[in-house]
Write a protein that binds this ligand. Sequence first.
Ligand code: HEM
Length: 173
Amino acid sequence: MSDQTYVLILRLLHIVFGTFWAGSVFFFTFFLIPTLKASGPEGGKFMQNLGRSGYPIAAMVSAIITIVAGFLLIWKLSDGFQPMWFHSWYSRTLTIGAGMAFIAFIIGFTINRPAAARINKIGQDVARQGGPPTPEQQDELMILRKRIFSASKWIAALVGIAVIGMSIFRYVQ
Ligand code: HEM
């Protein structure tokens, strides 16, 4: 495979999956969360169903593909991480953006993913018990929802910085 084809495939994967990841993060944080908050108990049910849909996996896989392809592109551009390459503002802007996206992924993976899995588990327990959730389950669900909501704000801010970095790095000297 020629170098040009290799970079073309990486860019295609990086930009297609990066767009999906960033777009879904912004949609979730700025539109879905306020709608869920306004929906009361119905919102809780919707969130459980969303957790069971393909969305959490799709977002995680897209983030991984974006990061791996981005990492391989940096490797290529910097000729195997040559330190000299990192001395320009061009590369600094790019790597700061990349770093922010990576931190966003870590937050999603370590906070949102286990919280969503726990919400799912409680949902299954409630279905097995029959009837509404117990007050303890209700309290735990509220705590988990709040955790996801506040972590998502940080994720959106970091992904926002990454998108800005990716948009401008080429024009920064
Ligand atoms: C929210 C996540 C991200 C989005 C939406 C995104 C989007 C983009 C876009 C649209 C470009 C094309 C810019 C241009 O050609 O002028 C780009 C380039 C690039 N991105 Fe990202 N990116 C993200 C995260 C990352 C991460 C995590 C890394 C590294 C681990 C990374 C590394 C790169 C590199 C090296 C390029 C330059 C590719 C080249 O010149 O061939 N990006 N990114």
